[in-house]
Design a binder for this molecule. Structure first.
Ligand code: ZN
Length: 255
């Protein structure tokens, strides 16, 4: 079985000195390819350097994360733009986060719009981070429909109605991670109504660790625990989950 972790921050300082070991453990678990969403200029160079050490295994992306939108957002966005000619596999993470802070919410919206334009210009998918922001994100997608956006709603926790609404506003995949393994997670119900052809797997390492490691640091090698839970919920074989979600990820990120 082969998996792709479509959302991992193994370059995070939580892995300091153990980054390459975490990649080795992922590959032992059958997670042969890993997508690195970008955060901001603080970690970008480390992310690209890490990806360069693992060609064909790690696929870096480029984007300013909504929680990194602050007073210096213009400078940060200029830095994103200056890297657009690098080989990248998506624009992201982009989106809105009303959970951590609404102080720069207007700026977050502007930064999301501009980065949707970057993606359209480069014909790349986007990785959407949406936290307590569904309505506002849908509004931006309505404004940007002419850009024909495609991508993934990472750590999706919305309803089936939200899923159907966003599909009218672009070509979207749903990122499913460790939350699926938690008791009472609403996504465990919603996921039954989402076509498997629209689902990709992600860890969001070092966060959102699946059961049985919940509370510890998450890593890409834990993808099979998420796949196993999805197989159980959908009454399918884990090998079918592996095949289809891997194929979906290849298609979306063109790898
Ligand atoms: Zn992330």
């Amino acid at each position: 079985m082969e998996f792709i972790d479509t959302h991992s921050h193994l370059y995070d300082e939580a892995f300091a000195g153990e980054e390459d070991a975490a990649v080795a453990r992922a590959r032992e678990a059958g997670v042969n390819q890993i997508i690195f969403p970008d955060i901001d200029s603080q970690s970008r160079e480390a992310m690209f350097a890490f990806a360069d050490r693992h060609p064909g295994v790690i696929f870096p992306c480029l984007g300013l994360h909504p929680t990194s939108v602050n007073a210096s957002w213009k400078e940060e966005l200029t830095l994103v733009e200056s890297h657009l000619d690098k080989k990248i596999w998506a624009i992201g993470e982009i989106g809105l986060d009303c959970y951590w802070s609404k102080e720069f919410l207007k700026e977050q919206q502007e930064v999301m719009r501009i980065q949707l334009e970057f993606a359209a210009k480069k014909n790349l998918p986007v990785i959407i981070h949406s936290r307590e922001s569904t309505e506002l994100i849908i509004n931006i997608l309505k404004e940007c429909k002419h850009l024909n956006p495609k991508g993934v709603f990472h750590a999706f926790s919305g309803s089936i109605e939200t899923y159907r609404e966003i599909q009218k506003l672009g070509d979207w995949y749903i990122g499913i991670g460790g939350v699926l393994t938690y008791k009472k997670a609403s996504i465990a119900e919603t996921v039954k109504d989402i076509p498997l052809e629209r689902i990709i797997l992600e860890t969001d390492s070092p966060y959102l660790t699946p059961v049985p490691f919940r509370g510890k640091r998450n890593e890409s090698g834990y993808i099979p625990y998420i796949a196993d839970r999805l197989a159980e919920i959908l009454s399918k074989d884990i090998s079918e989950i592996a095949d289809i979600t891997t194929e979906n990820a290849r298609k979306l990120f063109m790898i």
